[in-house]
Design a protein around this ligand. Structure first.
Ligand SMILES: O=C(O)C(=O)C[C@]1(C(=O)O)C=C[C@@H](O)C=C1
Length: 360
């Protein structure tokens, strides 16, 4: 005899009571961890430990829950436990409703103290000043390439990277009206305008494109004017009471943005090895033939994979560049340490931007 709906729900109720008790037992243990950490003055947030917890559970999972479900559920559980130890203050490019806020929640879970900031510069400033313990900044978009301002600020500030996360970025046309008719102005962050330019050329060729400090700010303004529209997330539509006049208008269906999580080294020094890690570096080499080629030799010799290589002008007027390099592995691994040592010897400038668990 198959069970009835009432019987099945009774089963779920029982399991939920057991889960509640188990979760509270977990939270009480986290509280004790918090006391230990306070006594020794060590950081509450431990990204390598959180990565290990999730990887371990995904490995042990026999279903029917999917691995991405496990990651989401435990990220929230650990976020709640972490907040019991001490709520973490996290700055991001605001206002509420931005993809940066979504990235902050995806990385830290929702039990955080949110600090929306007016610009990328302000996220760095708030984090460097201690107003926020952590900052979340965009570093790269799969359609438009690097976020130059973030890369330049990494060079100019003492902040380092302790984590990363990436989001599938779906842009929508938001408006007070339900349709696209009569749109005179489209407001968005310059990156979003660029990511949707093909769609705008085709569907709203006459509308003025107006750059604003964030997509959510565009949505806030669009809510004040019936002839204005914004390019922003569904979250922003809810936040500002707007209709979605057109869904998923980005030119690339797989448009992703990668975000870095930054902090002062005294807030959290480099996370220990989690088993799946990455090292980010900024280097420059003497301006001579073959110098960039030589950078790759230590990596090849020690079997270290490079996952990213970007250049930014050094602004010396001499056609010199800084190179932003990501390597797979952790300096605690001897072959990675050896490659870094040989690499450093070749560089005129060498800065480890961060060592952290590879993100989603
Ligand atoms: O293991 C720790 O250090 C904890 O503080 C516990 C815990 C968790 O809930 O599992 C919470 C916060 C840390 O970021 C890592 C893990």
């Amino acid at each position: 005899m198959p069970k009835t709906l009432t019987e099945l729900r009774h089963g779920i109720d029982q399991v939920d009571r057991e889960l509640l008790e188990l979760l509270n037992r977990r939270a009480a243990l986290a509280n004790e961890v918090g006391e230990l950490k306070r006594a020794e003055g060590s950081p509450v947030f431990r990204p390598e430990r959180e990565a290990q917890v999730i990887n371990g559970l995904q490995g042990a999972n026999t279903g029917p829950l999917r691995e991405d479900n496990i990651a989401h559920i435990w990220r929230e559980i650990m976020s709640a436990c972490r907040a019991l130890e001490a709520p973490q203050r996290v700055a991001f490019l605001g206002p509420y409703g931005t993809f940066s806020e979504q990235a902050a929640i995806q990385f830290f879970g929702s039990s955080i103290e949110k600090i929306p900031s007016v610009s990328i510069d302000e996220v760095f400033r708030a984090t460097a000043a201690g107003t926020a313990e952590y900052g979340v900044v965009p570093v790269e978009n799969s359609t438009e390439g690097v976020i130059a301002r973030s890369l330049d600020l990494f060079l100019a500030t003492p902040l380092h990277i302790v984590g990363e996360t990436s989001l599938l970025v779906r842009h929508n046309l938001l408006r007070k009206e339900k349709t696209m008719e009569g749109v005179e102005v489209v407001l968005a962050h310059p990156q979003a305008l660029a990511q949707c330019q093909g769609w705008l050329n085709e569907h709203l060729p006459e509308a003025e494109r107006r750059a604003v400090s964030s997509n959510a700010e565009g949505a806030r303004l669009a809510a004040t004017h019936p002839q204005w529209a914004a390019i922003a997330s569904e979250r922003a539509a809810t936040e500002f009471g707007l209709h979605i006049a057109a869904h998923a208008i980005q030119d690339d269906a797989f448009n992703r943005t990668r975000f870095a999580v930054i902090c002062l080294p005294q807030t959290l020094s480099a996370p220990e090895a989690s088993g799946k890690d990455c090292v980010s570096l900024i280097v420059s080499v003497p301006n001579r033939p073959g110098a960039v080629h030589d950078l790759l030799v230590p990596l090849k010799n020690h079997g270290v994979s490079m996952t990213r290589f970007e250049s930014r002008p050094a602004r010396s007027g001499q056609w010199e560049y800084f190179f932003y390099i990501d390597l797979q592995g952790h300096p605690a691994q001897p072959h990675v340490a050896a490659a870094l040592k040989d690499l450093q010897a070749l560089c005129a400038f060498y800065k480890v931007l961060g060592t952290y668990p590879v993100g989603e």
